[in-house]
Design a protein around this ligand. Structure first.
Ligand SMILES: Nc1ncnc2c1ncn2[C@@H]1O[C@H](COP(=O)(O)OP(=O)(O)OP(=O)(O)O)[C@@H](O)[C@H]1O
Length: 318
């Protein structure tokens, strides 16, 4: 088996807020091997962004020290600051319109990042940036160096941001819904680009999305989060074709591309300060039993999949 680049074991993140302790992530476990791509999906408020923040070491103020471990290239970046500082984690943000500094030329913005990570002369760095621009298929890579962000289209700006994420020579690329701000055609091109770069460079890719179409286009595996806990995980195709957890089944049934007789999931994701006892999905779950409110369900392994529901084989009646 390929070595994991990123491995989370029992990660829990809590935040002190005015409304009490927000239990945002609990017992999150998964791994991403070199060359592998994992998508994190779940409704808004399930903890996807907080998960990325924990990995990138940028949790908000009020966060308690996370519990569990985040092994990056075999070292726990929660405790090993040196590993974290040296970490080769590239980040592709959500919004290409907000994520570039409008007053600096594209080349200079990436030069800054490269200088921090790799030795070399200005000329070496510029040559490498042109190479990166070529790799992300920016038109006129040489000319792009001296352009300002507003001189690029949305898709080109996202390509610039991917080039910026690659500037630290990463072994892991973390992307937070990088195509939501783009039109469908551009979205497809950017997803294909990410997929190709990850394969060609042997990068591990961690991809956050709420869109199953995007997930299927990019990720070999998926982890479904619900209210900060893993509901289900496994190969993307298998999970999309035959979801096991009631949450995944209902979430997929509400997807516009899928016509089924199930409509929406009643209720809403609970506030992180008011997580239900036991299985956090039980108040919205049509097959919940009284015991579901008692203790968090353990993750059950089914081949190369996991599902956190002892009643996953039961039908859901509309
Ligand atoms: N700084 C904070 N203070 C208080 N609560 C927070 C904070 N950050 C996140 N939360 C809460 O943690 C939960 C998870 O939030 P998070 O942003 O990680 O979810 P998400 O799945 O990324 O949502 P979205 O898809 O809308 O970005 C939510 O209930 C949110 O209100």
């Amino acid at each position: 088996m390929t070595r994991p680049i990123l491995q989370l074991e029992g990660l829990a993140v809590q935040l002190r807020t005015e409304a009490g302790t927000a239990r945002i992530l609990d017992d999150v476990t998964f791994s991403v091997p070199a060359g592998g791509s994992l998508g994190i999906v779940g409704e808004s408020g399930c903890g996807k962004s907080t998960l990325l923040r924990a990995i990138l070491g940028i949790l908000p103020r009020g966060a308690e020290t996370p519990v569990g471990s985040i092994l990056f290239e075999g070292r726990d970046i929660l405790t090993d600051r040196a590993a974290s500082a040296r970490g080769r984690i590239g980040f592709v943000p959500q919004d290409p319109y907000l994520s570039l500094n409008p007053v600096f030329r594209a080349g200079d913005q990436i030069l800054e990042i490269m200088r921090r990570h790799a030795p070399g002369s200005r000329r070496d760095h510029r040559a490498r940036i042109v190479e990166l621009f070529r790799a992300v298929q920016l038109p006129d890579p040489e000319g792009a160096l001296s352009k300002y962000p507003h001189q690029f289209s949305g898709g080109q700006r996202q390509r610039l941001l991917i080039a910026a994420a690659l500037a630290c020579d990463p072994s892991l690329l973390v992307a937070d819904e990088p195509t939501t701000a783009l039109d469908v055609t551009t979205q497809r091109e950017i997803l294909a680009l990410l997929r190709r770069l990850a394969t060609e460079r042997g990068l591990a890719l961690l991809f956050v999305t709420h869109d199953f179409g995007v997930l299927a286009a990019v990720c070999d595996r998926v982890t479904v989060l619900y209210a900060g806990r893993v509901a289900e995980g496994g190969p993307t195709r298998a999970v999309l074709d035959a979801p096991e957890h009631p949450y995944t089944r209902m979430l997929l049934a509400c997807h516009p591309d899928r016509a089924t007789d199930l409509v929406g999931i009643p209720g809403a994701v609970p506030a992180a300060t008011a997580q239900p006892s036991g299985c956090r999905f039980h108040p919205r779950c049509p097959i919940a039993r009284p015991s579901c409110a008692e203790a968090p369900p353990p993750a059950i392994a089914i081949g190369d999949r996991v599902v956190a529901c002892p009643y996953h084989a039961e039908p859901i009646l509309a």
